[in-house]
Design a protein around this ligand. Structure first.
Ligand code: HEM
Length: 347
């Protein structure tokens, strides 16, 4: 697929619209992290690096553009990194820390989360441009936005000023990140734990309009589903047989398939029409439309409205991403700005 550019000034899509959403009012004071709701917006602003690193947005855009020229899937990988960062101890770059006891090695990320090298490259350029200034957590937030935009999706103003954590929380990643085998109400509960609502669940799941998933997350739907001896009846039968040949029983679970089969690298609303047509790939996708839990009644309506209204999905996705990016940031003097995203500073 062709990279979306939308350049206003020679750089790929560098035009920055400054817009505040109701969920992110300017000028909130206080730096404390405690107390509900967990979504806080203190100190994040669009111009945090205005004087300290004025080219930060241009640099990240250019580097993400290069990464996508090399491999379009990287857009999905970078988007997911920001999501997996934010859901564990807030958006604090904790997923980037190396170490076998860190989040990188938690079950949802092991052999799965990718894009770390791209983050390293962006960080290195920013360090030479404005040493010790831009946090790794902010790089993830900006790179996620640019990945969506360059894949043809919406854009939004990324609020910045996050700082990086001193720790990584592996057990928090294991328990807090949603699993593709979770029922709808459990996924909703995990989103609620970080201050996101049921609409955010459906909206942000639309991130599965790009990127890929490993067979290991699908095979339970393809063969002997729930002991039935057949495929999951909520999976389109033609798609099921196609997937059965790519993901055979006892085959290599690391083989990947596109999450959105009909427009793999394009950020669009096809994900929702896939669900309506029983073509959701993961169980956690399809149950948003076909789940029988009471909770699925409300998710189903949202799926339907996004399936028929792409601009509604785009604007809601932008708002939900800003809300997700505001989950418990470290600000002020909390945490640090890492010099290398993989390790805590030594001094
Ligand atoms: C609602 C609960 C969610 C579940 C259960 C879930 C689960 C998964 C799983 C199992 C994969 C495949 C991983 C692999 O094969 O190794 C995946 C991939 C992906 N997820 Fe999610 N996800 C969820 C929500 C989200 C959200 C909120 C976003 C972003 C806003 C997102 C973005 C992505 C992307 C872009 C990929 C493809 C990554 C790549 O190709 O490298 N997901 N997800």
């Amino acid at each position: 697929m062709k990279l979306a550019t939308g350049a206003a000034d020679g750089l790929p899509g560098t035009h920055q619209r400054v817009r505040r959403t109701p969920a992110n009012p300017p000028g909130l004071s206080g730096g404390e992290r405690a107390g509900p709701p967990p979504v806080v917006t203190q100190h994040l602003t669009s111009d945090f690096y205005g004087t300290s690193c004025p080219n930060v947005f241009k640099v990240v855009r250019r580097e993400v553009f290069k990464a996508l020229q090399n491999e379009m899937r990287m857009a999905g990988s970078l988007l997911r990194l920001h999501f997996h960062d934010c859901f564990v101890n807030g958006c604090d770059g904790s997923i980037l820390l190396d170490g076998s006891d860190g989040e990188k090695f938690a079950l949802p990320n092991l052999n799965s989360a990718r894009g770390f090298d791209v983050v390293d490259t962006i960080k290195a350029v920013l360090e030479s441009e404005c040493n010790g200034t831009v946090s790794c957590a902010d790089i993830l937030a900006i790179a996620a936005r640019d990945s969506v935009l360059l894949s043809g999706g919406p854009t939004w103003t990324v609020l910045v000023g996050r700082r990086d954590s001193l720790i990584s929380n592996q057990s928090g990643a294991n328990s807090g990140l949603p699993s593709p085998f979770d029922p709808v109400d459990q996924i909703i509960t995990k989103f609620a734990a970080v201050g996101l609502n049921t609409t955010d669940v459906v909206t942000l799941s639309g991130g599965h309009t790009i990127g890929r998933a490993r067979c290991t997350f699908l095979t339970n739907r393809l063969f002997n589903f729930s002991g039935s001896g057949a495929a999951d009846p909520t999976l389109d039968s033609a798609l099921a047989s196609q997937l059965q040949s790519v993901c055979p029983q006892n085959g290599d679970g690391n083989v990947t398939v596109a999450l959105d089969q009909n427009s793999t690298d394009l950020f669009d609303n096809h994900y929702y029409n896939n669900l309506i047509n029983s073509k959701g790939l993961l169980s956690s996708d399809q149950i948003l439309f076909t789940g029988d839990a009471a909770a699925a009644a409300s998710t189903k309506n949202v799926v339907q409205s996004y399936g028929s209204n792409s601009s509604l999905f785009f604007s809601q996705f932008a708002s939900s991403m800003v809300r997700m990016g505001n989950i418990s940031p470290l600000t002020g003097t909390s945490g640090q700005v890492r010099g290398n995203c993989r390790v805590v500073n030594s001094n």
